[in-house]
Structures are given as C-alpha cells and as structure tokens.
Unconditional design. Structure first.
Length: 97
C-alpha cells in the first residue's frame, strides 16, 4: 500500500533536514528514498489517512460498543475475533478525546 500524503511529508522533512544542515542528501532520487521510509512506517502504522478527530471518534465508538452488553453480546467475539476487554485495550491505544 502506498500513502502519497506520507510520502510527501517524509520527502519534505528530508529536504528540511538538508536545508537545516542536519543531513546531506547524496541522491537525486529523494522521492524513492521517501517512498522506502514510508513503506517501513506503514508496516507499523497501517493508515495515515485517519485524522486525529476520526481516531478519537473510533476510540469512543469502540469503548461504548464494548461496554454495552446489549451490543457486545456472546456472538461479538466470534464475529470480530476480540473480546470486550481486548477491544477496550485496543481503544486505549487510540488518542483520548
């Protein structure tokens, strides 16, 4: 998966670092370098397209759904692969509102 926004931000950061004297870019293929760095980042951060507000909303939704016994019934772990407790732990990894 390629993330054009992430690629551009990394390329911009590389140029800024060079401008500020922090690094020396010894390649004319800065875009290819940025793409490789972005690919490595995407192995850890799968989607950079979600805004902070969207992540906060997801956290609230997950936490509310996992806390509601009428919604998160016996079948939900089978459907999702996660228990209510595990979903709460996942929600904790998202930015707080």
């Amino acid at each position: 998966m390629e993330d054009q926004i992430l690629n551009r931000v990394i390329m911009s950061a590389l140029y800024e670092l060079e401008r500020d004297g922090e690094i020396v870019l010894a390649t004319t293929r800065v875009e290819a370098l940025a793409n490789r760095i972005a690919a490595a980042v995407l192995e850890v951060v799968p989607n950079t397209g979600l805004s902070r507000d969207e992540l906060i909303g997801l956290r609230m939704l997950i936490y509310h759904a996992a806390s509601d016994k009428r919604f998160f019934d016996w079948e939900m772990p089978t459907l999702t692969g996660f228990s209510a407790t595990e979903f709460k732990e996942i929600a904790e990894k998202l930015p707080p509102g």
